[in-house]
Every structure is written in C-alpha cells, then in structure tokens.
Ligand binder design. Structure first.
Ligand code: SF4
Length: 470
C-alpha cells in the first residue's frame, strides 16, 4: 500500500506482481530485485514462490521486501520459475494469512502459486460457486478455482483457460507450477502487466521499472484479456475472455505507477509534468512560488512552474526513511504522522503566495493538516492545485478508497472543499485535460472514481472484508 500517515489522502495501491521463467536458474534472486522496483505498489507484505524440480516453495511475511528476505533465505530458494508479490490489502485484512503468493497443493508435492494485482467484482458469487474453502481474499478464490481444475487432471495452462472466464473485475496475475509460468491481464486491463526478456529468461511484471532494475529488455505490454504461457516450449498467447474495451486505471498515470515506468507506451513522469502544465493553463493564479507535496506532486509542480513562469521551490521536505510497514491503515494512525513524513522549509514559504501542488485528494484530513503546516511556516496565501479531478466515487478495481462517505469530494463542491481545507483557492485538473496529458489517444482509461461511470457491473463487488465477514 502507498499510505500511512501522510499519504492517506491518496488511494491505497493495490499490489505489485512479478514472474520469471529462468532456464538458467536464480529465479528467486531476480524476483527479489524486481520486487524492489514494485515496492511502492504495496508495503504490507512481500513474498516469493519458487519452483525447483521437486517442490514449489513459498516464503512470505508481513513487511517490506528488504525485511522479509535476507541472503540466507534467498540462497535457499533455488529454482527456474518464480513469482513475487508486494501487497497492499484491497480484499481481506493485512495479515500473514492474506499475504501472497497464494499457494495451493494439487497433487503430491506439486502445487500452484498465484500473485494478484487488482480486485474481483464477483468475489461473493465466486465464493458461493466454488465454496468459500476458508478463503479470505479474492486471490485465494482464484487460486482455488485453478487448483480444482488442475486436480481434475488438467495442465496449469488448460486449468487457467477453464477457470479464468469465471473471474470478473480487475486482475493482473502471475501463476506458476513446477513447469509453467502463466501471466494474465483481465479483459479491460485495469492493472498494468508487461513482458520482458533477459538472455534466455522471460519476465512478467506490473511495471517496466521492474524490468529495468534487473537489466531486462521491455518486450511489450500484455494486451487486455491476454493470457501468456511460458515454459520449455517458449511463449504462447491465448485470449480466454470475451473482448472488452481497454480500461487501464487512470490513477496509474496520476499517482500509482513509478515515474520511470512506461504505460501505453508513454513515460509516466512526462505525463505527470504535462498534467501540471495543463493545470496551470486551466487554473492560473498570481503567486510567488510553486511548491510540490513531495514526492508525487513534484512532476506536476515542475509542469505548473514551467507553464506559469512562477519559480519552483522545494518548500516541503519528505523524510524518506520513515518506514511504512506494520502501520495499519486505520484513521487513528493516519491523523498523527504528518510531521514524521513532511517538514516545511520556512525560508521558502515565509511571506510568499504559495501554489501548493498535489496529485490527488481522497479523504482530505491529511491535506488539511498539511495546509496548516504551510500556513504556520509563514505562507501569505495558499493556492492548492490538484493534478486530477475530484475523487468522488469508490474504486472496486483494486484501490482501497473505503466507502463513499469517506471521500472528501463525494458530496462537496470545490468551494466547500477549499473552505474545509483552509486554502485561499482550490482548483482540480479537469478530466479532459488529464486524459490529454497522458498522451494516450482514444478511450483507454477507467475514470470511474472521477466520473462515476464504471466500466463493469459492480453491484456484486462487496467491500474489502466481504469474505472475512461471510
Ligand atoms: S475507479 Fe479510479 S482508482 Fe479505480 S481503477 Fe478506475 S480510475 Fe483507477
């Protein structure tokens, strides 16, 4: 997840997925490095499944990648196929039991392991169909559905083809057994997933940055609705779903993805700069300095400064070394940590008219405290500019935003929000400007939390704890 105390005004992220088919071995170590590049997508738990000729072994625990794995642990994880996962909980609570990869034994010592980014929208129905089987997450249900098909005698490839059409919603998956790596992107492609190549190895990862970190070449993004099978025979592509319009989460561009990643062929950092540029054109203001909320507001602030001619300044310093692990995403914790995470530099703020730039506001309580901090540091005026539209509707596709009543903008006008936050003015980037700034042509995005238009039926979606309560 992305948030503890200071980052709670943004949606929680929804996991990083990594998979590798490495004929020369050392799959777990490469997975470990790849997961570092996906740490921003989830900090609650980390895990690696690896297959040698005899077993699938899973090591996972609560904590960051660097906390869960050490050299002796990695040295003991020998094998050619591996799947890794960094988790933020979007279905099920943050517990060891819910960490991933999920493992299910199928025959003898053979088993399958699955890593999931996203959220199913038919979790309750799927649980009724296949039996809940003590599952507390949608990811466990998917693993069980595939394991049932494998137990009936199918290969992992055929089992996945049989089970996948029963899943609805958002899922980018890496699945493995002792012989095969399978990668899947749901029909709308809500979450990213890309394919890479390193010598004889094939890699799948949530973001291209995970390929960069291990020196792998980017091959291509998986198509929405595509299933890739990688084994000794090479790479095969299937389309097990009915075709559907592509709907990548627009918040991957706004906030979730690493700035050095590439989505839809567009660099994320450059897109964020364009968002700031557009915002300055759309909502100009007379001011002395443009200050980002670090770090996610930095590229948009650079763009705003470039477009407006107002000087850019680092008026807030982020403490990068405050750990996020083991801090539960509960309101009590959220409200007190801001000074641990951000500190103002009065010399940059005192007596100045400040344009404060952030990428999004979800709940608003932290932003309000941040505005107080900037005011206390001497800012003469605070003009808040947000490089995405108001976040008004809950996400059912893998972002933990809570229910609608917790969303600051759900029932408030922009003027009411400005009043609540205590700023002198407030403007959000409008949706057409946001979409244009991505540089992606045509309709390619889910914007449901901004527009209220959901690409799929979400009436059966349930909430985060749907299985634990059942
Ligand atoms: S509802 Fe919002 S956060 Fe969720 S997938 Fe759609 S755009 Fe992304």
């Amino acid at each position: 997840m992305a948030e503890t105390a200071i980052q709670i005004d943004r949606p929680g992220e929804a996991c990083g997925v990594f998979g590798i088919y490495a004929p020369d071995g050392d799959a777990a170590r490469l997975t470990y490095f790849g997961m570092f590049a996906l740490q921003h997508r989830g900090q609650e738990s980390a895990g690696i499944a690896v297959a040698d000729d005899f077993h699938v072994t899973v090591v996972k625990d609560l904590g960051l990648v660097a906390q869960v794995f050490d050299e002796p642990t990695l040295a003991g994880l020998d094998g050619r196929i591996a799947v890794g996962h960094t988790r933020y909980s979007t279905t099920g609570s943050s517990s060891w039991e819910n960490s991933q990869p999920v493992y299910r034994q199928v025959v003898g010592s053979n088993g399958i392991a699955l890593a999931h980014n996203g959220n199913l929208t038919n979790t309750r129905r799927l649980a009724e169909e296949i039996g809940k089987l003590f599952a507390t997450t949608d990811s466990e249900l998917m693993t069980e559905a595939i394991a049932i098909a494998v137990r009936s005698g199918l290969t992992l490839e055929k089992a996945a083809l049989e089970a996948l059409p029963r899943f609805e919603g958002a899922f980018s998956l890496a699945i493995m057994d002792q012989e095969t790596l399978v990668a899947v992107r749901d029909p709308h492609g809500f979450r990213p997933l890309c394919l890479g190549r390193l010598d004889e190895s094939w890699i799948v990862a949530s973001e291209t940055a995970a390929l960069d970190i291990i020196g792998a070449a980017f091959v291509r993004e998986l198509e929405p609705g595509e299933m890739l099978v990688i084994d000794d025979a090479g790479v095969r592509s299937h389309q097990p779903f009915e075709p559907a319009p592509r709907r990548l989460c627009v918040f991957e561009f706004v906030y979730f993805a690493r700035p050095d990643s590439v989505l839809y062929g567009r660099n994320v950092h450059a897109a964020r700069r364009r968002m700031g540029y557009r915002l300055a054109e759309q909502a100009p203001v007379a001011a002395d300095v443009v200050v980002p909320v670090p770090e996610s507001g930095i590229p948009a602030a650079q763009g705003f400064a470039a477009a407006s001619g107002i000087p850019y300044a680092d008026g807030l310093v982020k403490n990068r070394y405050v750990g996020r692990t083991f801090i539960q995403p509960a309101q009590a914790m959220r409200d007190q940590g801001i000074r641990m995470k951000l500190n103002p530099i009065p010399e940059e703020l005192d007596g100045r008219r400040v344009v404060l730039i952030d990428d999004s506001i979800v709940r608003g309580s932290t932003t309000r405290r941040l505005v107080e901090l900037v005011r206390d540091a001497g800012a003469a005026e605070i003009h808040l500019r947000i490089s995405s539209p108001p976040y008004r509707w809950p996400c059912f596709y893998g972002m933990d935003t809570g229910d609608r009543s917790t969303l600051l903008a759900a029932e408030r006008t922009v003027a009411e929000i400005a009043d609540y936050l205590g700023v002198d003015s407030l403007a959000y980037l409008e949706l057409p400007g946001l979409l244009e700034a991505t540089g992606v042509e045509g309709e390619g995005f889910c914007t449901a939390c901004l527009s209220g238009t959901y690409p799929t039926d979400v009436t059966d979606a349930g909430d985060k704890y749907v299985l634990e309560r059942a």
